[in-house]
Design a protein around this ligand. Sequence first.
Ligand SMILES: NC(=O)C1=CN([C@@H]2O[C@H](COP(=O)(O)OP(=O)(O)OC[C@H]3O[C@@H](n4cnc5c(N)ncnc54)[C@H](OP(=O)(O)O)[C@@H]3O)[C@@H](O)[C@H]2O)C=CC1
Ligand SMILES: O=C1O[C@H](COP(=O)(O)O)[C@@H](O)[C@H](O)[C@H]1O
Length: 484
Amino acid sequence: MSFDLVLFGGTGDLAWRKLLPALFQAFRHGTLPREGRIIGVGRDDLSHEQYRQLIQQRFEQVDLAKRPSPEEFSRFAELLQFQRMDLSRPEDYARLKDRLAQRNADQVVMYLATAPSLFTQACEQLKVAGLTTPSTRIVLEKPLGHDVASNREINETVRRAFSEQQIFRIDHYLGKPAVQNLFALRFGNSLFEPLWRRETIANIQVTIAEDLGVEKRGAFYDSTGALRDMVQNHALQLVCALAMEPPISADADAIRDEKLKVLRSLRPWTPELMAQHAIRGQYGPGTVGGEAVPGYRQEAGVSPESTTETFVALRTEVANWRWAGVPFYIRTGKRLAARDAHIVVNFRPAPHAIYNTPLGAANRLVIDLQPRDGLELHLLAQGQENRRHAHSLVPVHLDLDFDKRFGSERVGAYERLLLDVIDGRLNLFVRSDEQEAAWRWVEPLLDSWRGNENGLRAYAAGSWGPSAASAMIARDGFCWSEEQ
Ligand SMILES: NC(=O)C1=CN([C@@H]2O[C@H](COP(=O)(O)OP(=O)(O)OC[C@H]3O[C@@H](n4cnc5c(N)ncnc54)[C@H](OP(=O)(O)O)[C@@H]3O)[C@@H](O)[C@H]2O)C=CC1
Ligand SMILES: O=C1O[C@H](COP(=O)(O)O)[C@@H](O)[C@H](O)[C@H]1O
C-alpha cells in the first residue's frame, strides 16, 4: 500500500516534537509502509532539502533513544518533501493537488497540525480542489474549537467535506500504551468488573501533572487555559475509559457509544457546584527540579494581567446506576511538582474491622500513565514488624511495570495513532458527538471563569497546586494520592 501524508503545520512545534519523531519510530520499527511520502506544509519557501535539514536539526532535541543516527535519518529523509502553501489562499490548493497527482497514492492523509482557526477554511478549500475523495482521511488536532458553538461549526464544515469514516479527531492520550492497558484491564479481564461500581469503589482520581510550563506556546496557552487544553479532551477521555460500560464489541462506534453515555451522564454544573467543586489556579514563580522558574504572567506571549488558569481541580459524579454518589476527581496543571499522570481507584474500607489497620487504609488500584507505565494494587497484609500484635496489618503492594515486562521500545501514542489513521482504524479517535458533549460539560466553567480573577488561586511553581484543591477533596474525607 502506498500513502501520502500531508502534514499541514509541518514546520510547527507539534510536527517536530511529536509527529515527525513518531513517524520516524514507525519507520525504524518497519511498520510505516515503505512506499510513501510525508509532505510538510508551511508558508516559507523551502526546498525539499532545506526542509529535511530543518527537521534533522530539530531532531537533535528529541530524546536520545528516539533520535535517528545520520544514516537512519538519510533513509527516513527520502520520504520527506516540502510544499509551500498558505492555507488561507485558495490558489495554493491546486499546487498541492498537482503534487498528489504525481504519485496517486492508495491512501492520502491530510493532518491538520495548525491553529484550529484554519480548520474550516482548509476543509472547504480541500473540497473545492477535489481533494476529499474516499481514499483521503483527515486528522484534526485538539482542541477542536473553543466552545460548543465553534466546535459544532468546525465539525459541520468538516462533515460537508468528509464522511465521518474519513474524519480522525485526535486525542493523543487514547494512544498511550497505559490507556490501552486500562481498556485491556477492564474489558479483557474479568477480575475487576464485579468490583468496578459504587458498592465497592469510594472514589476515583485522575491526575495529569506536568512539571513543564507553557514553553514557547505562551500566546496559544493564554487564550486556551488548562480546562480547554487538558480537561475537555484528555482528562474526560480518561474518565470515559474508567466509567464506561463494557462495549458490545471492539468496533469504533461500539466504544464511542459507551463513552458518549458517560459524557452525557456527568453531573451538570450549577453555580453552587462550581463554587465548591471547581478550583482553578495560576502558577507564580517557584523552583522546579532545583531551578528557579518565572511565574506564568512573566512567560513570553502571556499577558502580565492574565487570568488564564494553568491548574484545574474538579469533583464530579457520573449520574447512573453504576456510579451514583462516587466522586470522580480530576486534577491537571503546569509547573507542578513532577511530571506524573496516574489514576487512583480507591476502594471502600473493609465494612467491619477485626484487624488494627493504619488510619484510612484501604485497597487501592493505581494505574500509572507516565513517566512510568504500570499498575499497582495496594493491599493490607500481616507483616512481621510487631511480633506481639498479630492483629495489625500493614500496607503492601503488587507492582506491575509494563516497561520492564514488554520493553520500553513499545509503540508510542502518536506512532500508534498515525499508523491507525493510515490503516483506517477509528477506535482510538473521538466522534463529534463525544466532543460536543465534552464541550457542553465544560462550557459553564469557561463562561464563569472568562476574564474573571475572582477565585483564581496562585500556587508556587514546583508545588502540587493551590491548597484549595486539597481542601476540596478533604471535605469528602479523602486526599490526593501524594498525600496518602
Ligand atoms: N505543540 C503541542 O504540543 C500541541 C499542539 N496541539 C495542536 O496542534 C496544532 C498546532 O500546534 P503547534 O504546532 O504548537 O503550533 P505552531 O504555532 O508551532 O505551528 C503552526 C504551524 O501552522 C503553520 N501555519 C500557520 N498559519 C498557516 C497558514 N496560513 N498556512 C499554512 N500553514 C500555516 C505554521 O507554518 P509557517 O509559520 O511555517 O507557515 C506552522 O507550521 C494546534 O491546533 C494545537 O492546538 C495539540 C497538542 C499538543
Ligand atoms: O495536548 C497537550 O498535551 C501535552 C501533554 O501531553 P503528554 O503526552 O506530554 O502528557 C500538554 O503539554 C499540552 O499543553 C497539551 O496541548
